[in-house]
Design a protein around this ligand. Structure first.
Ligand SMILES: [Mn+2]
Length: 340
């Protein structure tokens, strides 16, 4: 969990497993109103909302993850959690779709959650940050357009962002990859980027120079991403080998190249980082490039999904496997083999 202050308003940025940490932090804070923004409803968040209501707080929930037709298990949890929120919060549940509100800041008005006695809890990405800033009364001229681009599909063009938006993306490239076993380096770096960005918009002169300096490595990361060879394995499966890439590269640039390949459906990455790699030396991460597939369907329900067993399958759009599990669950079924 990341904690910063925006325009005097305390803001907590969380990942999906941070509900307990938020409840603990909030227990020591003085506030009477709380805003949740850009957090897709799930059971654990509803429990937190109930806790706040119980403690006499006025809760507003602004989010754009609503789905029209639930397809996956996660969708069903979201629909269920959303109806609980509507019941609990009535008109203060502002639950919308990405289509209606591509960025969450348009679900609140400028400064609606400014002043004393407010706590903001937001997703820890650009949409959550910009939504929290706007709610707390802080904005810049192209903020909404930037938020839409940054929260849109990967491969959206950085060149369409405002100067501030571009500086945000460049600085973000300095954050080390999130390691669930050791989250602190990544969390601290993200906190610094968020704080500097907010301070820059608040008009603190030194903040901008510091933020720009954090983005110094970005151009080199783009060059590296452009040098990676993308192999076509057939049937819409693409492969990149990141094992021999010693330094970090800009994933957005790589994804733009991958998505430009005609009829691409799935990207397979072989890498030395990640939770599976910790246990198995290497990791195969699979990302879908179209909305139709649910990658969890590759994993039989009987399969134990743990890093030790070499399978992590939480999301429909991403699947992490050991090389052995890739052989068993993908190669054998789809008839593709990874290059040596
Ligand atoms: Mn969002």
């Amino acid at each position: 969990m990341i904690r910063i202050t925006i325009n005097g308003v305390p803001c907590l940025f969380h990942t999906r497993d941070d509900q307990e940490a938020i409840a603990k932090a909030a227990a020591f804070m003085q506030f009477s109103r709380v805003l949740f923004i850009d957090i897709g409803p799930r059971d654990s968040v509803v429990a937190l909302v109930e806790e706040f209501i119980h403690a006499g707080k006025e809760v507003t929930y602004a989010d754009h993850h609503a789905v029209d037709v639930p397809r996956t298990e996660r969708d069903r949890e979201l629909v269920n959690a959303s109806s609980k929120l509507k019941h609990l919060l009535e008109h203060r549940a502002r639950l919308s779709t990405r289509k209606e509100h591509p960025a969450c800041m348009s679900l609140v008005s400028l400064g609606e959650f400014a002043g004393d006695g407010v706590l903001i809890i937001a997703d820890r990405d650009a949409d959550g940050l910009f939504g929290a800033m706007y709610a707390a009364g802080l904005q810049y001229s192209s903020m909404l357009e930037d938020a839409k681009i940054l929260d849109g599909p990967r491969g959206n063009k950085i060149k369409d962002l405002s100067t501030y938006g571009q500086e945000y993306v460049r600085a973000l490239s300095s954050i080390p990859p999130f390691d669930p076993e050791n989250p602190a380096p990544s969390e601290n770096a993200r906190k610094e980027v968020f704080s500097l960005f907010v301070a820059m918009i608040e008009g603190v002169p030194a903040a901008r120079n510091k933020l720009v300096a954090l983005g110094d490595g970005y151009d080199q990361m783009v060059v590296r991403a452009n040098e990676i060879e993308i192999k076509d394995l057939g049937s819409g499966y693409l492969f990149v080998d990141l094992l021999k890439v010693p330094d970090r590269l800009d994933m957005n640039t790589l994804m733009m190249r991958v998505e430009a390949v005609k009829d691409s459906k799935i990207l397979i990455r072989r890498q030395s980082r990640g939770v599976i790699a910790i246990h198995h030396g290497k990791q195969i991460t699979i990302e879908r490039l179209t909305d139709e597939m649910d990658l969890r369907s590759f994993v039989p329900p009987s399969h134990e999904t743990t890093p030790e067993n070499g399978v992590i399958s939480n999301e429909p759009f991403r699947l992490h496997l050991s090389e052995a599990k890739f052989q068993e669950l993908i190669s054998a079924r789809v008839g593709i083999a990874l290059p040596e």
